[in-house]
Design a protein around this ligand. Structure first.
Ligand SMILES: Nc1ncnc2c1ncn2[C@@H]1O[C@H](COP(=O)(O)OP(=O)(O)OP(=O)(O)O)[C@@H](O)[C@H]1O
Ligand SMILES: [Mg+2]
Length: 326
């Protein structure tokens, strides 16, 4: 198997210098490995590693050169729509469209389920926004939420009750597992610099989730779980292609022999140094990604009047996307 990344992301993909990591060279119109040797991907399995902006171009390239993507575009869509295949154990999760928020019977259902003073946790399937929205704002046709939603009637949203995630000294008890071929390969808390261990029950829980997956669900994905009211539950699934690896995570398919980090300081060489037992400040993930045309951008604008550009997009405008020579 090869791991194929867009050359522009070389610096942020910490594994990029490992064996089997390849990138596309536009000038030479071929794939190269870390020694700049040409690699023929025809008939080989390829795990694309990318950001969301370049993912589909990368999949097209693999197709052009007759490589076999680990996940097809349909597989990636299935992982993004995981809540249609798998139910969390202790809370409801459903996928709705923007149109539903114009539908009186759906609004009545939300009002009755969550109450006039209630809220829901809402995020876009495309992952540009997550946050808590009050029922008052959802049912008010003139609220910023509903104004923004008018431009996103066909977009898909995941809704669930707002929960409180249990915490300890290192912050929220959340765990990210990379799963290759339905086997856990690594687990980490969402920390980049802080040594920590993983409770055995986390491994058992993730294995139980994997064992119950429907047959038509892809075999390669990233699973986030959390402890909520002292019970483990599924937080979400993410495409393995675009998910960020934390301190003990790796995108490589090799199974870690120490999933719970008993050898707590054994971090692969290519990982950033300066790790410690002191808890790092975990930068909270942005609620709004401000990608033009996204729900996040329009909701942010409706709420604040601001109109700003997502930082990774300003970078993209300087560079053109990977394109094959015609
Ligand atoms: N139902 C919920 N209620 C309250 N907080 C939640 C809920 N679900 C998730 N969270 C918190 O919000 C964070 C983001 O949620 P989630 O990962 O599901 O969305 P996302 O769009 O994938 O965001 P990110 O890209 O930051 O991972 C989670 O890490 C968790 O801490
Ligand atoms: Mg997430």
């Amino acid at each position: 198997m090869y791991y194929c990344f867009p050359i522009e992301l070389k610096k942020v993909i910490s594994e990029s210098k490992l064996d089997n990591f390849i990138y596309f060279d536009e000038r030479k119109d071929c794939f190269l490995n870390r020694n700049k040797k040409k690699v023929n991907i025809e008939g080989n399995k390829i795990l694309v590693i990318s950001d969301i902006f370049r993912l589909y171009d990368m999949l097209d390239l693999i197709d052009d050169f007759n490589g076999i993507p680990i996940n097809t575009m349909e597989d990636i869509e299935t992982v993004k729509h995981w809540a249609s295949f798998i139910e969390p154990y202790h809370r409801d999760m459903s996928i709705v469209t923007g149109k539903d928020f114009e539908d009186l019977s759906f609004l009545t259902y939300l009002f009755e389920k969550y109450g006039v003073n209630g809220s829901i946790f809402l995020k876009t399937v495309d992952k540009d926004f997550h946050g808590t929205v009050s029922i008052i704002d959802i049912v008010d046709p003139d609220s910023p939420f509903r104004k923004a939603m008018k431009y996103h009637l066909s977009d898909e949203f995941m809704i669930s009750p707002v929960v409180t995630i249990d915490e300890d000294d290192l912050g929220k008890k959340e765990y990210r597992a990379f799963v290759h071929n339905r086997t856990i390969t690594s687990i980490s808390r969402p920390l980049h610099k802080t040594y920590h261990r993983i409770p055995n029950e986390v491994v058992d829980f993730i294995n139980a989730v994997i064992a119950e997956l429907p047959n038509d669900f892809p075999d390669y994905f990233v699973l986030d779980i959390a402890s909520i009211n002292r019970q483990l539950d599924i937080l979400e699934f993410n495409p393995i292609e675009t998910a960020m690896p934390y301190l003990y995570n790796s995108r490589v398919a090799a199974i870690s022999e120490d999933l719970t980090h008993q050898n707590i300081t054994a971090i692969p060489k290519y990982k950033a140094h300066k790790c410690s037992f002191e808890c790092e400040e975990s930068p909270s993930s942005p609620l709004f990604d401000d990608i033009p045309g996204s729900f996040s951008h329009d909701y942010h604008q409706a709420l604040t009047g601001e109109n700003k550009l997502h930082p990774s997009l300003s970078y993209l405008f300087e560079k053109k996307f990977i394109k094959r020579k015609q």
